[in-house]
Design a protein around this ligand. Structure first.
Ligand code: ZN
Length: 290
């Protein structure tokens, strides 16, 4: 764990409520921090945007991105959106069970698990050893995401690394796995949105009417730079051109409508609002309270 990770974690806490109108109460949960180096962002031009990164608390020489999950309290249901990375990489990640406890709950209390996609930092936390961590929860995964991981011969080398986590999730939850599709209201007041690119079946979950919130999965991995430079992709995007197009589309919608973006890798508690940037320079993060 880097000093940066240590410093950020010390100041952030593990569970933080997010204001949403409508039936859901939303709590951001911190699974921890993932140390990365800039090789994961092959489009980044060093020297361009370093000041933005510093202003956002990100040290490009010693990077550490959040891994967040989101808890939705709905009448009669407790819903977890993504499940973190587990502690497979050591103690900088895998804090989701502690974060859940900090919010007043245990894994047995979760009734529904909404997965944005099945990469390890979202799905590995579903499983503990060879058992499910959430014994009573139904797992919801998009049809396109299941199809992607059920066809291992078509995965490239980078995606193949993630296959065991996707397979473990689908196999261990097979008797309570529900297939979802974009456009559906998966739970009362929670709508599925297609966000293909990072994986072909990636989805987000939108809720709220007057001040809506989109849990936008991995549209952004490094908001400090990708909000201003949406063309800058992430190495593990399964389809980088499509991911880039999706990032532009979502950021433009957000700037136009005021939609708030929650994300697994947006600095904890993982919510931003963006506005149009200076001419020709993408977008910028709004300063107001989200
Ligand atoms: Zn991720």
């Amino acid at each position: 764990m880097s000093e940066t990770t240590r410093r950020i974690r010390a100041s952030s806490g593990l569970a933080r409520p997010i204001a949403v109108d409508g039936p859901a109460r939303v709590i951001a949960l911190c699974d921890g921090y993932l140390d990365l180096d800039l090789s994961r962002f092959p489009d980044v031009v060093r020297g361009v945007g370093d000041d933005l990164a510093i202003a956002d608390g990100q040290d490009l020489n010693d990077m550490s991105i959040s891994v967040n999950a989101f808890l939705l309290e709905l009448p009669g249901r407790l819903v977890l959106v993504d499940a973190g990375d587990s502690n497979r990489r050591g103690d900088s990640l895998g804090h989701l069970p502690r974060a859940l406890k900090a919010a007043g709950y245990e894994p047995e209390d979760i009734t529904d698990l909404l997965l944005t996609h099945l990469h390890g930092d979202h799905a590995a936390g579903l499983v503990k050893g060879s058992e499910t961590l959430f014994p009573k929860a139904t797992l919801y995964v998009s049809a396109a995401e299941q199809a992607f991981w059920n066809n291992p011969a078509r995965l490239d080398e980078l995606q193949s690394v993630q296959l065991p986590f996707a397979q473990a999730a689908m196999q261990l939850y097979a008797d309570r796995l529900v297939t979802i599709h974009p456009g559906e209201e998966v739970l009362p007041g929670v709508t599925v949105r297609a966000l293909p690119g990072h994986t072909p079946g990636q989805v987000g979950f939108q809720m709220g009417d007057r001040n809506p919130l989109l849990i936008s999965a991995d549209v952004l991995h490094l908001p400090a730079l990708q909000v201003r430079f949406p063309d800058w992709g992430f190495l593990f995007d399964a389809d980088r051109p499509r991911s880039r197009a999706m990032r532009h589309e979502i950021l433009a919608e957000t700037a136009r409508t005021g939609l708030r973006l929650a994300g697994a890798h947006i600095p904890f508690p993982g919510v931003i609002r963006v506005v149009q940037g200076p001419e020709g320079l993408g977008f910028r993060t709004a300063e107001d309270e989200v």
